[in-house]
Design a protein around this ligand. Structure first.
Ligand code: SF4
Ligand code: SF4
Length: 118
């Protein structure tokens, strides 16, 4: 039986949590005007990659500008916002796109092995 690590294995993940993110709290969906200050305080910004229609209006899907698409990693790891530190994709329903299954970590590992062989 496998043992779940304390944190998700983010290495080489395509990171839907960084590139296709909706933000919310227990009361409401976040607007761009609420999301942006969280990221500018951390030293980066976000851009909108889509919209969802919620009962109380349109909600932005955002991508974080600090995510390094070449290295597949956070570019501001030391100052990343609090919610980035606590988010664990393993808590999501595996059938939801936010869940780790979406990341296809096995594919990244296969690519790494292929690159290592040259
Ligand atoms: S989706 Fe999960 S494994 Fe991928 S970067 Fe986010 S928390 Fe890490
Ligand atoms: S700050 Fe880092 S961990 Fe947080 S969304 Fe941006 S790239 Fe992802």
């Amino acid at each position: 039986m496998g043992v779940a690590g304390r944190y998700p294995d983010c290495e080489r993940c395509e990171a839907p949590c960084c590139t296709k993110q909706f933000m919310e709290d227990s009361d409401h969906w976040f607007k761009l005007s609420e999301i942006r200050p969280i990221y500018t305080a951390a030293g980066t910004d976000v851009h909108v990659v889509g919209w969802a229609h919620q009962p109380d209006g349109r909600q932005p899907m955002i991508a974080c500008d600090a995510f390094d698409l070449n290295k597949l990693q956070c570019g501001i790891y030391g100052s990343r916002p609090e919610h980035c530190r606590t988010y664990d994709c393993r808590d999501d329903d595996p059938d939801e796109w936010q869940a780790r299954a979406h990341c296809d970590l096995d594919r990244h590992r296969r690519l790494e092995r292929a690159r290592a062989k040259g």
